[in-house]
Design a protein around this ligand. Structure first.
Ligand code: ATP
Ligand code: MG
Length: 449
């Protein structure tokens, strides 16, 4: 009994790690003055500090400010519990299932406030993946459970000091992405860290430290155990980072693209598909960098298009009519992806709408073009058509024709339709087959608005 008790006590002592003193870097060395930090984030920190809690801006925001990037959003780490945080702010709510975080709303901004968490004694699955890390901890513990050294920097806006436990500032200066702790263990705890490594390295132009890079190829398989919804979120972040082209190149280099988009490796292996996907990703990167909207539906529609096109053509070659062939192809591709990627219903239906509009652009006669330009998704369908034309799949002047048609007055439209007819651009109407499969029954007719 006594032995058991002693063992328990010693085990606990032995388990609680000893943390070295962190570096405290003054503002004249790091240059992040209070004025550069979002006023809302500063306010949340000072409110918490006035009540006797510790509170720091942490993670991506500090990292980005250090290299003169504008932070996407602000995270705050505090010693206050989620309930204590919520009680201090008028517009605040606790969210999160895996671990509780508090969203504090201030104007248009949402500041994410997280209580210091510890890494040890977490519940894991049979692969070592952490299932529950809701154990609160100290500042030092919170720093050591973070993924990379550059993500574990704590900035106190009141004193303008950065607290650095893991030489993150030096790593950032040397453009190195270094894992905190033993990389294999950290990837086993959470395989998504492999994707984060690739995304952050591509986004910030960093070199992944060799010890963090080496195990990735062999451990990529662990991504299969990650819930698909989380994988989808992470893939989306990666693709919408404004550096999708670089991220994908890096993913391929690390052998990580297999688990993500199972069809991507097949598609990327085909010369036609590769060109189309590269154009789609370049187009997305440009839009993100210009602060334009990018819809996940459009992006996934593009990434999966070469596969749809291949199946569509194969079915047509076997005698299937245009629409049934397309709908069977797109259902097949979406079924595979929906399982792998947990595409939400909304995204899947956006993808389908964009694809289903495509054959309608071939029809430049009668009332069909008038109905097509009235479609709510005409613009997205047209953007997609443009990509297809740029990749060489369609005649280069088709998108321009539709753009002109959409903006033309009545007389000019009639004239354009007459000219298209004379040029022989109107497909000959085929007789519809009598017998139709189940998928085809749901398929709208080409002229249905
Ligand atoms: P971004 O610029 O994409 O927001 P970020 O590093 O801020 O990059 P977030 O997902 O916002 O990414 O995470 C905030 C912080 O939480 C990170 O900087 C890191 O300290 C910590 N973190 C996030 N994901 C993990 C993870 N999987 N394992 C350990 N720490 C993580
Ligand atoms: Mg962030």
């Amino acid at each position: 009994m006594i032995h058991k008790l002693l063992r328990k006590v010693f085990k606990r002592v032995a388990k609680s790690p000893v943390f070295p003193e962190p570096a405290r870097i003054p503002v004249n060395q790091h240059g992040i003055r209070r004025e550069r930090i979002s006023p809302a984030a500063c306010k949340v920190c000072t409110t918490l500090q006035e009540r006797g809690h510790q509170a720091y801006v942490v993670g991506g925001a500090v990292r980005d400010l250090l290299i003169d990037h504008t932070p996407k959003d602000y995270d705050i780490a505090t010693s206050a519990t989620p309930e204590e945080v919520r009680a201090l702010f008028r517009r605040a709510r606790i969210i999160g299932r895996r671990f509780k975080i508090v969203h504090v709303m201030s104007g248009a901004e949402t500041i994410e406030v997280t209580t210091f968490r510890a890494r040890h004694e977490a519940e894991t699955d049979e692969h070592g993946r952490v299932l529950n890390d809701n154990v609160y901890g100290t500042l030092a513990e919170d720093a050591s459970r973070r993924d990379f050294t550059i993500n574990a920097l704590y900035c106190d806006p009141s004193t303008e000091t950065i607290i650095d436990f893991h030489h993150g500032v030096a790593d950032l200066r040397q453009k190195t992405l270094r894992m905190i702790g033993e990389p294999r263990t950290r990837y086993r705890e959470d395989p998504v860290r492999m994707l984060r490594a690739v995304r952050l390295a591509a986004k910030l132009g960093l070199i992944i430290d060799p010890t963090a890079r080496a195990p990735i190829r062999a451990m990529a398989i662990l991504l299969e155990n990650v819930p698909t919804a989380r994988l989808f979120d992470e893939t989306l972040k990666l693709l919408m980072s404004g550096n999708a082209v670089r991220c994908i190149a890096q993913l391929r280099a690390e052998g990580l693209h297999h688990g993500l988009l199972p069809l991507l490796d097949i598609v990327l292996g085909q010369p036609d598909g590769e060109r189309f996907i590269r154009l789609a990703l370049e187009n997305t990167d440009e839009r993100v960098r210009a602060n334009k909207r990018v819809s996940p539906g459009f992006l996934f529609a593009a990434l999966l298009w070469p596969e749809v096109l291949k199946l569509w053509r194969a079915r047509q070659a076997n005698g299937a009519p245009t629409y049934p062939a397309l709908f069977e192809a797109l259902d097949q591709v979406l079924d595979t992806q929906a399982r792998q990627l947990a595409l939400t219903r909304r995204v899947a239906s956006d993808i389908k709408e964009i694809w289903a509009l495509q054959p309608r652009f071939d029809k430049r006669a009668g009332q069909a073009p008038h109905r097509l330009i009235e479609q709510p998704r005409f613009r997205a369908g047209w953007d997609f058509l443009k990509l297809r034309a740029e990749s060489g799949e369609l005649p280069g002047d088709l998108p321009e024709w539709w753009d002109r048609f959409a903006h033309a007055g009545h007389d000019e439209r009639e004239e354009m339709l007459r000219a298209a007819l004379n040029d022989g651009n109107v497909p000959v109407r085929k007789r519809r087959r009598r017998k139709r499969s189940a998928t085809v029954t749901e398929t709208p007719t080409p002229d249905a608005a």
